[in-house]
Design a protein around this ligand. Structure first.
Ligand code: GTB
Length: 220
């Protein structure tokens, strides 16, 4: 007997208007990579702060992931769970697997924070008298991380030879910079992100989240 599909949550009305930048995209992509079908429950901003959703996600956010009697929040934990339970996102060899997990943490803990900092500055601080200086400061911090990552990636297609959950999260994080033009300053990082976007699993996940914005079926 096959197990029921996991259920994830996503924005009913994503502020990114279907650009695939909300974090449900990372979970959708992981599920598509491993060939696991899934259902999507769309939630409004108001519903995310109500007790029913808070029971699933104490911080009132998306995405969440429900599979039988398991309920998870935090994208990193969800992608790790999917990668551990299915073939396709982690190498078999123990050390290679540890390195893939290392890159998952690097994406979320080391590369994403300065990118978020820049976004927060642009979104919430543009009226402040010190805005331009702070923006430059945050952009320098992003560039510093990008040049370090670029140096490590070199001419490789993926961070550790074969595509893994580490690449999935790193590409997802870098995609947040796409409209900034900063990625294009690092040809190998731009190519790396393009390789991620070209993956059929990414394309399916992107189409599914775009369909929500276009008012079509939210389920995959
Ligand atoms: N650390 C958590 C995780 O990785 O799962 C962070 C989850 C999170 O930030 N969720 C956001 C959320 O629910 C959506 S993805 N926000 C509502 C709230 O906190 O009340 C972040 C996001 C939102 C919008 C865009 N965008 O418009 O481009 C991009 C990313």
């Amino acid at each position: 007997m096959s197990l029921p599909s996991p259920i994830i949550t996503a924005f009913e009305h994503s502020p990114d208007k279907g650009k695939g930048l909300a974090r449900d995209m990372r979970v959708r992509w992981a599920l598509e990579e491993v060939g696991q079908s899934y259902e999507v429950r769309l939630v409004s901003f108001r519903a995310m702060k109500e007790p029913e959703h808070l029971a699933l996600h104490p911080f009132g956010q998306i995405p969440t992931y429900e599979e039988g009697n398991l309920a998870l929040f935090e994208t990193g934990a969800i992608v790790l769970h999917i990668a551990e339970r299915h073939a396709g996102l982690f190498p078999d060899e123990a050390n290679a697997r540890a390195r893939a997990i290392m890159w998952m943490f690097a994406a979320l803990n080391t590369v994403e924070p300065p990118i978020l900092d820049r976004e927060t500055t642009r979104l919430l601080e543009s009226e402040k008298p010190w805005y331009e200086e702070r923006l430059r400061f945050t952009e320098n911090r992003v560039r510093s991380r990008l040049s370090q990552l670029s140096a490590r990636l070199g001419n490789a297609e993926w961070l550790e030879g074969v595509f893994s959950a580490g690449d999935l999260l790193m590409v997802s994080v870098l995609l947040r910079l796409k409209s900034s033009g900063m990625l294009d300053e690092y040809a190998n990082l731009a190519a790396y992100v393009a390789s991620g976007e070209a993956r059929p699993a990414y394309q399916r996940a992107f189409a599914a989240q775009l369909a929500v914005f276009m008012g079509q079926s939210p389920a995959s």
